[in-house]
Design a protein around this ligand. Sequence first.
Ligand SMILES: C[S@@+](CC[C@H](N)C(=O)[O-])C[C@H]1O[C@@H](n2cnc3c(N)ncnc32)[C@H](O)[C@@H]1O
Length: 352
Amino acid sequence: MGAGMPSSSHVPVMLEEAVQALAVQPGGRYIDCTLGGGGHARAILEHSAPGGQLLGIDADPRAIEAARTVLQDYRQSVLLVNDNFVNLQAICLKYDFFPVHGILFDLGLSSLQLEPEARGFSFQYDAPLDMRFSPEQKLTAADIVNEYPEEELSRLIRKYGEEILCRQIARRIVQARPVQTTKQLADIIEKAVGGRRNAKIHPATRTFQALRIAVNGELENLESALKQAVGLLGFEGRLVVISYHSLEDRIVKQYLQQEARGCVCPPNIPACVCGHKAQLRLVNRHVIIPSPEETQRNPRSRSAKLRAAERIAITEDCPDSEDELDFFASLSSNGWRRPSLLRKIRVAFATA
Ligand SMILES: C[S@@+](CC[C@H](N)C(=O)[O-])C[C@H]1O[C@@H](n2cnc3c(N)ncnc32)[C@H](O)[C@@H]1O
């Protein structure tokens, strides 16, 4: 999400649109993979009452604490897990939380993470170059900025920031090492870019985005988590993703489109050899974006894109462990619609 003024609470983006796209229903079971300040989670719980249940995940322990307060009224119906959504399937297996009616990803950063004392995500405040979602991660932005060879740094800024001035920026960074803080880095980038840019965004925006994506392995984690999510949905369950930049949106769009198709063989092959079967139906023909009122009210929403898909078919993956065998067996029919598959789930208001 783009940087902006800090606020003590995160304003959820496209809240109504997300609840609608998830087709939240009373008694439904949902996963919020990016809990943040708990805004979407709370709306899901409101709409799924009575009887709704929510598994909320966030890599950032501060987000879990913030959400715990916001979701206090629903503490009997919520399980909060401080983990990375790249472990989505393992988390659901551990807590016996599947199949589900809907899964939400609201990617990027929450306002909490952009605040002054936060961990170096924003160049608007001077802070050490950290940018880890979780303090348990090893690699920091300072490690990349100070240790990567110039060529690799340049490639990373290009790939994850889509920054055409990556070479100049990487060269200046390497010359200025050691680079310790966000302000120092932003100044170096401003000098590297010089007068070559009259864009609306700050010259450091793309480089900061690139570093954050690299530190947190954001794109790889998203690709992996989307695949896991589809396998956790019951029949007609919904997958909803809100993304904030083109790299994320491209992954989401391509994955949903691919899983909404049957055969994915190249067009020049006479007969299908891939055996791919559609698992999803796209809910909307076009991407959903925030209304002009919302972007005016909440400038952080301006780059948001929402995509949604519905589970239509049975997973036919080849499980390779006993646990997975059980897991897929329980999903391999009409999800929660079969009474025998309405598993009793353990629900507790606790951080795992
Ligand atoms: C835009 S915020 C979510 C805001 C939330 N929907 C709300 O209404 O308050 C994104 C959150 O996702 C978390 N996050 C990003 N990538 C993650 C990952 N791979 N695993 C777990 N949490 C992640 C961030 O720590 C952040 O708290």
